[in-house]
Write a protein that binds this ligand. Structure first.
Ligand code: FNR
Length: 391
């Protein structure tokens, strides 16, 4: 089929990496449940749309006759030298997209030398993902249980297996109201898939025994218990954050801890005051609060307020290299992508992820060459022409 990747004796023919075409190919490959889970946004998709529109408000001013022959996409994050300021956003239950789940994604991230962020809702044990990621830089995204012993267990396993930062997601105490997803009762579907990452935890296994649930004969009950633990619907508050910071610092010997899902300036300020090492300005790809501000608009304000005091990362809506450049020019130091690599994984596992992310790197390198950008770390707002919000 046109656009499709034909694998011939290990030789691969690239499929078209236009994001719209990737999405269409992924839709063909996934079950309806899988497609609805991956593609659905909160409510009326206002936030998802706003995320994309915000990029149109900023245009890059290309510069000519600049010596871009020694250009460099590389940067550093938490002490790791990486190929580009682009990382794999944490995405749960990857077995929806590929039978090997998180493993091919972690392998592709290592091979491209881009940081990989594992979700607490992953469908493979932390240890196996770490092995697949090998020497690659990796971070652990925490959905924080209310069971402190379980939190400590997860963080300890992550530290022992080489995850060098903890990223606490604070915008998802429960899943947003996503019409498509709700329509297929995906709650039951998650139980079937099972988040092995949690099921294999010794503290969680203890909880299963206490509740009299045998995960072998009652996988749905065990899955439900795990889901209730991470997507339990009960919010954590700022009061709990000093405990988490201290706990992770003690477990990891002082490695960074960041908050993901920040959109308000005052929340960013609070994170800095409490001693978090960074924040990810994100609205979860528009899947949580429908009608929320565009993540790129939030980024600008947050950079103005705390950009000099903390390490600011960004995600939600990135589909191409120009989006990466715009976010960096507005003051983000690092950008994560989610759906782009999910489509790659759904289309062709390891090769699909690698192809999509490699295409993004190529797009970025070419944009720098033709746009007169030599070093992404030097980018600032002078490279942008920004229009007032008019929508
Ligand atoms: C996510 N995201 C997410 N975030 C997180 O902290 N833990 C998780 O388990 C997940 N799971 C997840 C599943 C799916 C299907 C999607 C689309 C997203 C949010 C993710 O980390 C990131 O914030 C967004 O995906 C970034 O937006 P784009 O790049 O997808 O537009």
């Amino acid at each position: 089929r046109e656009n499709f990747w034909r694998s011939n004796n290990g030789e691969v023919v690239p499929f078209n990496t236009d994001p719209g075409k990737l999405e269409a190919l992924a839709k063909e490959r996934l079950t309806q449940n899988g497609w609805y889970y991956a593609s659905s946004n909160a409510g009326l998709s206002y936030t998802h749309t706003a995320n994309r529109q915000a990029f149109y408000r900023h245009r890059i001013i290309p510069r000519m006759l600049v010596d871009t022959n020694k250009r460099d996409t590389g940067t550093e994050i938490f002490g790791h030298k990486v190929s580009a300021p682009i990382g794999f956003a944490p995405v749960g239950i990857n077995k929806i997209y590929h039978p090997d789940g998180e493993l091919p994604v972690a392998r592709a991230a290592k091979d491209l030398n881009l940081p990989y962020c594992l979700s607490t809702a992953g469908s493979q044990p932390i240890e196996d993902v770490a092995e697949a990621n090998g020497a690659g830089p990796r971070f652990f995204q925490l959905y924080m249980p209310h069971d402190d012993e379980l939190t400590v267990s997860l963080l300890t396993r992550a530290h022992r297996t080489g995850f060098t930062a903890c990223i606490l997601t604070v915008d998802t105490w429960q899943l947003g109201w996503r019409h498509d997803d709700v329509s297929t009762s995906n709650y039951a579907f998650y139980h079937g898939i099972g988040a092995d990452l949690g099921l294999s935890d010794t503290v969680f296994q203890k909880r299963l025994r206490e509740a009299g649930v045998d995960p072998k004969t009652q996988p749905n009950e065990a899955g439900a218990m795990w889901i209730d633990n991470v997507w339990h619907g009960r919010a954590h508050t700022w009061e709990k954050m000093p405990w988490l910071i201290q706990t992770w610092k003690e477990i990891s010997g002082g490695k960074p801890i960041c908050l993901k899902g920040i959109q308000a300036v005052s929340d960013a300020e609070k994170a800095v005051q409490l001693g978090f090492d960074g924040i990810v300005v994100s609205n979860h790809a528009g899947r949580q609060v429908d009608g929320a501000v565009a993540s790129l608009d939030a980024l600008e304000k947050i950079v103005d307020a705390v950009g000099k005091k903390t390490y600011i990362m960004f995600d939600s809506g990135v589909r191409g290299a120009s989006d990466v450049v715009k976010a960096l020019a507005l003051g983000a130091k690092f950008v994560f992508v989610g759906r782009l690599w999910i489509w790659g994984l759904s289309i062709m596992g390891y090769h699909g992820v690698r192809h999509v992310m490699q295409a993004l790197l190529a797009d970025l390198d070419i944009l720098m060459n033709v746009g007169g950008i030599t070093d992404l770390r030097q980018l600032d707002r002078t490279v942008l022409e920004s229009y007032p919000k008019g929508y």
